[in-house]
Design a protein around this ligand. Sequence first.
Ligand code: TYD
Length: 135
Amino acid sequence: MNFQMIPMRVLGDDRGSLVAVEAEKDVPFAIARVYYIFGTREGVERGFHAHKILQQLAVAVRGSCTMLLDDGKEKVEIKLDAPDKGMYIGPGIWREMKDFTEDCVLLVFADQHYDEADYLRKYEDFLAFLQTAKQ
Ligand code: TYD
């Protein structure tokens, strides 16, 4: 599946911790956009889409949530629960996010500006996209 857990290097000393994120070094792409999801209400599930070309790296910098990834053949569920636990998600992966803790801040780096045309928001469109991409 086109995803990878990327450990973020923590620079710590007796004052605390720091993670630096440099494009094409700590994330495997040039960063065009950063966004963060926070204040997610209890029981809420988000995502439910895939992207045609977008690459992203997500880190729960505070709190935790569960990421479900699906490439049309298999599904994996991974808990993002540490500020040094990066999850790279390539194109063609359906994602759903759930189990947000109240304090969860999910920071996401992306390699493209926001473009609604890059979204596959219906599961059937996602499966059709995978079929076309195979040919
Ligand atoms: P949405 O795609 O529904 O979020 P999620 O996939 O996490 O459930 O995005 C929520 C709204 O924010 C939607 O109106 C699109 C908008 N949005 C932007 O304008 N820019 C962005 O970079 C993102 C990620 C979303």
